[in-house]
Design a binder for this molecule. Structure first.
Ligand code: G6P
Ligand code: MG
Length: 215
């Protein structure tokens, strides 16, 4: 394994807890369609693209719709989500994030974002972390959702770093799988039981150090 030259971060669930806003917007949509949507159901949507999330939601509600109507509903959900994230600020950056990014910068490890979200740049701007990233790959750049490795491979390519010198930080099972298929090492952010495929697991970036990264 090469020494670490780059770190690629997922956004939702690693840098900020936007799952709660996605949940509120999806639940509002479910309620409008006449069914309930629990927080447990919401776990299934982590790391999943907007359209795939809608399909899971409709399956839970036992609702079948044509593509045009689905597009309309995905748009509606996103409008509610955008309203919710418009109020975000730097207080929502998860513990340890700014400190770890600063340490990486100091030692010259490159930093990229690898997110499925089309709202990633809006969120980074709101929380004031945009400038910390050398490269941003988001939902507007990719054609294949995680667990496909595309998002992370594009990140490594843009940074001009070989995949085996990259470490990915991910909270979703599909994201851990994507990183492994990209030939990268991966640190799971969350629970060991869920993210057991990852090379290492931390409960938040507050547990990360440069030493731990090299191991
Ligand atoms: C991330 C989140 C998912 C979300 C996806 C697309 O992967 O974990 O919950 O559905 O991004 O986000 P978007 O903001 O484009 O709807
Ligand atoms: Mg995530």
């Amino acid at each position: 394994m090469l020494p670490v030259k780059a770190c690629i971060f997922d956004l939702d669930g690693v840098i900020v807890d936007t799952a709660k806003y996605h949940y509120l917007a999806w639940r509002r949509l479910a309620n409008e369609l006449g069914f309930d949507f629990s927080e447990e159901d919401n776990e299934r949507l982590k790391g999943v693209s907007r359209m795939d999330s809608l399909n899971i939601l409709l399956e839970i509600g036992g609702v079948q719709l044509d593509e045009a109507r689905k597009e309309e509903l995905a748009k509606k959900k996103n409008e509610w989500y955008v309203e919710l994230i418009a109020h975000m600020d730097d207080k929502e950056i998860l513990a340890g994030t700014t400190q770890f990014l600063t340490e990486l910068q100091k030692v010259g490890v490159k930093i990229a974002l690898g997110s499925a979200s089309k709202n990633a740049k809006t969120i980074l701007k709101r929380i004031g972390l945009m400038e910390m990233f050398d490269v941003i790959i988001d939902g507007t750049d990719i054609s294949k959702a995680k667990p496909d490795p595309e998002v992370f491979l594009l990140g490594a390519e843009a940074l001009k770093v070989e995949p085996s010198a990259c470490v990915v930080f991910e909270d979703a099972v599909s994201g851990v799988e994507a990183a492994l298929s990209a030939g990268m090492r991966v640190v799971g952010v969350g629970s060991k039981e869920t993210l057991y495929k990852a090379n290492d697991v931390v409960s938040s970036l507050a547990e990360m150090t440069l030493d731990r990264l090299e191991k």
